[in-house]
Design a protein around this ligand. Structure first.
Ligand SMILES: C[C@H](O)CC(=O)SCCNC(=O)CCNC(=O)[C@H](O)C(C)(C)COP(=O)(O)OP(=O)(O)OC[C@H]1O[C@@H](n2cnc3c(N)ncnc32)[C@H](O)[C@@H]1OP(=O)(O)O
Ligand SMILES: NC(=O)c1ccc[n+]([C@@H]2O[C@H](COP(=O)([O-])OP(=O)(O)OC[C@H]3O[C@@H](n4cnc5c(N)ncnc54)[C@H](O)[C@@H]3O)[C@@H](O)[C@H]2O)c1
Length: 310
């Protein structure tokens, strides 16, 4: 469906029993949050993006504008005026706030995309639960934490679910929608509708470790790191092999750098703690060393590979 078609579809995407999502609050304006805010705004939703400081929010807003310019170049190739209008209107739908509770006072959906830390997420949602209207649905974009463990910090398990987007959000077509046994049918349908309204193909997943994609992808990345660690192949050869031999767009080592080595480490440490008997989730000394040196991948300019200055 075209971008404009997606905007139009949104107006018709809700039916009785499920809430229409008009205003979205995205908490966290990092790699994922900025992408989620972008796709929501470009498909006609009003969006408030929240982060810790004006400085971070200003950088995220600039990043979104730059990415929207890529969209405009593609979608409005022969319509400069239409492209300019699209960019202007999308940016006008996007506002920022450094106070999550204040931002959530008038919103239909909160999507949390902050640091992958259970305590911090619980603290955030506990405050939001008091600040947000009754009807507001809460969702986490967590990569690896149980949605249930996050939801217990609120009194709205029936209006809680997972929306797991993929990096880079504007490009990756999938959205995993995670439902808890407590998630109401109306909430689940609203989340599915929202996913389709932002142009994603949705799949339903249970609240099991890694949902669908990460349960398969993270062990694959870690096996590649272990291959490298054992000296069985170079990073480049592992990546070339998987791109040309298995048709992946990126090899596993460059993908680890792309996702962020801190995120990879956090996921694997958490699963190793909760499932210590599964060798697929064993920690990697090489990964741990890079993270301790703050070599976190593309976002810091170095991980397994070196990148240009960020
Ligand atoms: C861990 C978490 O919980 C879950 C996850 O997110 S796991 C990670 C999932 N993501 C992946 O597996 C990504 C795998 N990699 C890829 O799909 C591709 O390498 C890629 C899309 C990132 C880049 O594609 P590639 O062809 O190598 O580079 P490039 O030509 O620069 O980009 C392709 C298109 O994407 C666009 N693009 C690339 N990065 C972008 C970004 N960050 N934002 C917006 N658009 C972007 C480019 O503009 C380009 O558009 P065009 O084809 O219309 O010109
Ligand atoms: N990186 C990926 O490929 C990927 C993919 C899917 C899901 N995720 C998940 O998405 C979430 C965010 O990941 P990311 O890669 O965007 O991280 P990131 O570090 O790029 O961004 C996180 C942002 O959250 C902000 N933040 C932290 N605590 C906050 C708080 N209490 N209130 C407001 N803002 C706060 C930080 O300042 C930062 O800008 C994590 O749960 C991660 O597991 C990541």
């Amino acid at each position: 469906m075209s971008l404009m078609g997606t905007v139009l579809k949104r107006s018709f995407s809700s039916s009785a029993g499920r809430a229409a999502i008009k205003h979205v609050t995205v908490i966290g304006g990092g790699l994922m949050g900025s992408g989620i805010a972008q796709v929501a705004a470009q498909t006609g939703h009003d969006v408030t993006m929240v982060d810790m400081s004006e400085d971070i929010l200003s950088k995220s807003t600039k990043y979104i504008e730059k990415n929207l310019t890529r969209v405009v170049k593609k979608k409005f190739k022969d319509d400069a005026e239409g492209g300019e209008k699209f960019l202007r209107e999308t940016m006008a739908r996007l506002s920022t706030n450094t106070d999550a509770n204040n931002a959530a006072q008038k919103t239909d959906l909160v999507i949390e995309a902050i640091v992958e830390n259970l305590d911090v997420k619980q603290k955030l949602f506990s405050g939001l639960d008091k600040a947000a209207p009754q009807h507001t649905i809460f969702a986490s974009n967590t990569s690896s934490l149980p949605i249930k463990d996050i939801s217990v910090s609120t009194s709205r398990a029936d209006r809680f679910g997972g929306l797991h987007f993929f990096n880079p959000v504007p490009i990756m077509k999938l959205l995993e929608v995670i439902r808890l046994p407590e998630t109401s049918d109306a909430t689940f349908q609203s989340l599915m509708d929202f996913g389709q309204a932002v142009g994603k193909t949705t799949v339903e997943a249970k609240d099991t470790p890694g949902f669908i994609v990460n349960r398969l992808l993270v062990p694959y990345i870690m096996e590649a790191v272990r291959l490298l660690e054992r000296g069985d192949a170079s990073a480049r050869d592992i990546d070339v092999a998987m791109k040309l031999g298995a048709g992946y767009p990126m090899g596993p080592i460059e993908l680890a750098d792309y996702v962020g080595l801190d995120t990879c480490k956090f996921i694997i440490d958490g699963w190793n703690k909760s499932m210590p008997d599964n060798p697929l989730f064993n920690p990697s000394p090489m990964l741990n060393k890079l993270v301790s040196e703050e070599k976190l991948g593309v976002k810091t300019g170095e991980g397994f590979y070196k990148y240009g200055k960020k």
